[in-house]
Design a protein around this ligand. Structure first.
Ligand code: GLC
Length: 564
């Protein structure tokens, strides 16, 4: 069972450019992470996941890699990396790397070769296609398919050198690698083994359910008013996805113990996730699904609708039930692509922020699965007060704004309203360490503005305050380490129709936990079966000074335990 160590683990995600800047250039770096390892050890997390630190032109903040086996000078060098890894291991933690192999940078030597001529040996390492039949190459609409890219504009870039197009599901500087080519796969596996041999403990795999494409590549369904079609049916969970991951396992992970692999999979279904995470199939340990972070958009990425708690509970309930027997869930509210959860599904007003952040953490961490904490979540960090588009740095925000306003003629203020709520830069503002200038993140000018609320919300203040969000997260992590029912207990959703209370039980043997979170600013009584008996049970954790049994104060959370 040692390989399933991650069932009782908590992972902490670091977005290096925004974590801590040791050399004063305004950009976080490896030295900054080393300086703050004790913060993470005190929090009690088991694993650190680093967003990409590899050599990169930084078109998508490092998710565009030009050398998979070197560190970008912005962040440091391999020697500093080894020091960081040793520091992590010395503290009893593990470290996993981001693996971005659906695409490379267009500045990667593989792509430089590939684009150089049609008969270059690496031509077939990427997706090259001629213009649409009968169309003049390089003219609007001549792209091989009608797909849009994630960051605005078409998913194909015309390349004059050879008069053909290459596929990029993300930015034009992120050409998609052709996983059909066995040489590509071998090169990726060799690179992964190199990192594991260096001592890293696994990988978070970027958009790994997009690596297998449906052949031939064909047009996607167009929607009225949209500049480009949605091609995802041709690349989400393609026909060879499972085969490729199984091959990766055999060639990279087999025989290695104590690894962790987690696949980021936008659009993955429960049924597919069961297969991806079935330990007997040897693919990945867990996946990041997106249903719960798409709950407030009503099927349209450019819409923001108020969260309906019943919808959120329906999603989590389905995932908990689906992976109860086979497979394993990951649990997250936040990462570098999502807005801050306390602003999104909680209440970031001065009155309720602390309670709401603790409640959200409690509900998430008490589910069955491996929880992920994104930097600053343990402080209850909030969304940023963006005013204009000039305040954003993210390639997605800027590209989508341009497409929406220029091509689709949307009202810029409406687009901004969505970006303020959803924009990825909300998560990427610098980590708030203390109340000194720039929140102690950097002595230089931070690459992205610090949230002005840092004098109140910062790590130094929270470490000193036993009632802080930080110490609540510390207790949640400790509870997972100490209470087997949190790890292995079964899951039963209660009150599924309630729009304010999120309630469930976890049972393992004769231990039963009751978890309730109030997702509202009202005082609400939890009308559950057995309420009287539960009120006499042991109160393991709450976030209010004077709990009143099952009468829940605004944004209150409780965890009760009993033996039956
Ligand atoms: C993933 C990453 C995101 C990146 C994209 C392209 O979704 O999390 O940050 O922009 O893949 O690599």
């Amino acid at each position: 069972m040692t390989d399933l160590w991650w069932k009782s683990a908590v992972v902490y995600q670091i977005y290096p450019r925004s974590f801590a800047d040791a050399d004063g250039d305004g950009m976080g770096d490896l030295g900054g992470i080393i300086d703050h390892l004790d913060h993470l050890a005190e929090l009690g997390v088991d694993v650190l996941w680093l967003s990409p630190i590899y050599k990169s032109p930084q078109d998508d903040n490092g998710y565009d890699i030009s050398d998979y086996q070197d560190i970008d000078p912005l962040f440091g060098d391999l020697e500093t990396f080894d020091k960081l890894l040793a520091g992590v291991h010395d503290r009893g933690m593990k470290l996993i790397m981001d693996l971005v192999v659906n695409h490379s940078s267009d500045e990667h030597p593989w792509f430089v070769e590939s684009r150089s001529s049609k008969d270059n040996p690496k031509r077939d390492w990427y997706w090259w296609r001629p213009a649409r039949p009968g169309m003049e190459p390089g003219t609007p609409g001549a792209e091989p398919t009608n797909w849009g890219s994630a960051f605005g504009g078409p998913a194909w870039q015309y390349d004059e050198t050879t008069g053909e197009y290459y596929l990029h599901l993300f930015s034009p500087k992120q050409p998609d690698l052709n996983w059909e080519n066995p040489e590509v796969r071998e090169a990726v596996y060799a690179m992964m083994r190199w990192w594991l041999d260096r001592g890293v403990d696994g990988f978070r795999m970027d958009v790994i359910n997009m690596i297998s494409k449906v052949l031939p590549l064909t047009d996607g369904r167009a929607t009225a008013g949209a500049a480009y079609a949605d091609g995802s049916a041709s690349y989400i969970n393609g026909p060879r996805n499972h085969e490729f991951l199984r091959e990766m396992y055999d060639k990279v992970f087999a025989g290695r113990t104590e690894m962790l692999t987690v696949g980021e999979m936008p659009g993955v279904t429960v049924d597919e996730a069961i297969k991806f995470t079935d330990q007997d199939r040897h693919e990945v340990d867990m996946v990041f699904q997106f249903d719960h972070v798409w709950a407030d958009r009503g099927g349209d990425p450019w819409k923001v609708i108020p969260l309906q708690l019943t919808v959120l509970k329906g999603i989590f309930g389905r995932w908990q039930a689906g992976l109860a027997e086979v497979g394993w869930n990951s649990l997250y509210w936040n990462n570098h692509d999502q807005p801050r959860v306390v602003s999104r599904y909680g209440d970031d007003s001065p009155e309720h922020r602390v309670a709401a952040a603790k409640m959200l953490g409690t509900v998430l961490h008490l589910h069955r699965g491996t929880p992920y904490v994104y930097q600053g979540e343990e402080l209850g960090m909030t969304n940023f007060p963006f005013r204009t588009i000039a305040d954003f740095r993210d390639i997605e925000a800027l590209g989508q704004f341009r497409q929406a306003v220029e091509l689709e003629k949307k009202n810029p203020e409406d687009v901004l309203t969505v970006l303020r709520a959803r924009g990825r830069d909300n998560a990427r503002t610098p980590m708030q360490w203390d109340d000194s200038p720039n929140a102690g993140f950097s002595s230089g000018t931070p690459w992205l503005a610090v949230n002005p609320n840092y004098p109140e919300i910062n790590a130094a203040a929270e470490r000193a305050d036993p009632d802080s969000v930080f110490h609540h997260y510390r207790k949640l992590i400790q509870l997972r380490h100490e209470e087997p029912a949190v790890v292995d207990g079964d899951f039963t959703m209660l009150l599924p129709a309630d729009e304010r209370l999120y309630a469930f039980t976890r049972r393992l043997g004769d231990t039963e936990l009751l978890v309730i979170g109030n997702f509202s600013g009202d005082t609400v009584r939890a009308e559950i079966d057995d309420a009287i008996a539960w009120e006499d049970a042991e109160l393991v954790l709450t976030n209010v000074a004077e709990p009143q049994g099952l009468t829940m104060a605004p944004w209150q959370a409780v965890v009760y335990r009993r033996t039956t």
